[in-house]
Design a binder for this molecule. Structure first.
Ligand SMILES: *[C@@H]1O[C@H](CO)[C@@H](O)[C@H](O)[C@H]1NC(C)=O
Ligand SMILES: *[C@@H]1O[C@H](CO)[C@@H](O)[C@H](O)[C@H]1NC(C)=O
Ligand SMILES: *[C@@H]1O[C@H](CO)[C@@H](O)[C@H](O)[C@H]1NC(C)=O
Length: 356
């Protein structure tokens, strides 16, 4: 190799490393601007108020825990933890995240967030961000589902943009391979091990038949069912999800628990299920086909306390993804469904009937 070329390559490599270092320092600094007890002086009851709203709902519907954890994940992986998932509309008029088919009618817990927020606005107006409410509520949900209560750093601000078009690339699909999921989680700052730990959230909640029925019927040219699925489990799922006759029937099909033995408890039986071919989604069961992921599944299945510790840590880290912080970024919404009335929206477009 020519010496000049080598020099250039070394230079590029050094620049790349320096860039990378700067980027990760920035990420850490942003995250470190979140603080446990952020509302100690401005709204001392903030976390208690959220906890009360979540507890009240959980008492009548324990499946809400899974809904709130999912809501938090779907918010943080799309445009960061900025409560953009809660917006019903934005001044731009574009379809919002909520309207994406990956969210839509499957989102649960929105009313719990509304209840918490309205109690917060009475106690301390315009002080607690919707993004922090989501992070507190997800923690409370996890605690009610059996996880040890962990501290949640706060100080996030709410975004003013929400785009349905951001959703498909931000959320994992049930059809994702382990490589697809690993790449997505890496983009958000998570290691493959953290990804497997977070997948344990599927020890609560469930999925509608349409998300997995391709594994039950006409799976491939050579197999009616997905051979990775336990045959008894597949037969059971076929009784719950008969092949729909029409498109309208698809919408009427039920939701099936990921982990039927302990459907509302966060625990490691999800991982045990994977080891016996009882992962509901193809993307869950795929973890067993990847050598590295399978090793972590085995470790988590054997050590529930270790998983619980790692899961709590991963939930906190999830809450640091691309957050808005400080006075200059975002806002504190007074209604989680709408940006504040006085929001300055930068306008670059063409005014109908004239050019700006
Ligand atoms: C808030 O109070 C808690 C408990 O007293 C304390 O651990 C925490 O550091 C405080 N946080 C801030 C930002 O003042
Ligand atoms: C998933 O991975 C496959 C091959 O590894 C790749 O071709 C495909 O583009 C990926 N899909 C997404 C959405 O990343
Ligand atoms: C099953 O899948 C094959 C392609 O793999 C397709 O040609 C066939 O029409 C499908 N059968 C049914 C009943 O959907």
């Amino acid at each position: 190799m020519n010496k000049d070329v080598l020099t250039v390559l070394v230079f590029l490599l050094v620049v790349a490393i320096a860039r990378h270092a700067t980027a990760s320092v920035e990420l850490r600094e942003t995250a470190s601007r979140l603080r446990v007890g952020y509302y100690n002086s401005t709204c001392p009851k903030a976390e208690e108020i959220v906890r009360e709203a979540v507890t009240a709902r959980h008492a009548v519907d324990p499946t809400i825990a899974a809904g709130l954890i999912r809501l938090y994940f779907h918010d943080c992986f799309v445009r960061g933890c900025d409560a953009s998932i809660l917006l019903d509309e934005t001044p731009s008029g574009d379809p919002v995240e909520k309207s994406s088919s990956a969210n839509g009618f499957t989102l649960r817990g929105l009313d719990v967030i509304d209840a918490a927020k309205s109690a917060l606005e009475s106690a301390c107006p315009a002080t607690v961000s919707c993004a922090d409410v989501l992070a507190f509520a997800a923690r409370d949900a996890a605690a009610l589902a059996g996880l040890r209560r962990y501290a949640v750093p706060a100080g996030r601000r709410d975004g003013v943009v929400s785009l349905a078009s951001d959703v498909p690339s931000g959320l994992p699909s049930p059809a994702y391979s382990v490589d697809n999921m690993t790449a997505l989680f890496a983009r958000k700052g998570f290691s493959p091990a953290e990804m497997v730990v977070l997948a344990g959230a599927h020890s609560v909640g469930g999925a509608h038949c349409v998300a997995f029925s391709n594994r039950l019927y006409n799976f491939s040219a050579t197999a009616e069912q997905d051979p990775a699925m336990d045959a008894t489990y597949a037969a059971h799922l076929r009784t719950l999800c008969p092949l729909p006759a029409t498109l309208a029937d698809v919408a009427k099909q039920p939701k099936v628990d990921f982990d039927p033995r302990t459907a509302t408890t966060l625990d490691t039986s999800y991982y045990v299920g994977l080891q016996t071919g009882r992962g509901l989604l193809a993307s869950d069961q795929a973890l067993m086909r990847d050598r590295r992921a399978r090793a972590i599944v085995q470790r988590m299945a054997q050590d529930p306390r270790k998983w619980a510790r790692k899961f709590a840590k991963a939930m906190v880290k999830l809450g640091e993804v691309e957050v808005l912080v400080g006075d200059k970024e975002g806002q504190i919404r007074t209604d989680c469904r709408f940006v504040n009335a006085d929001t300055d929206i930068p306008f670059f477009g063409i005014i109908p009937g004239g050019i700006l």
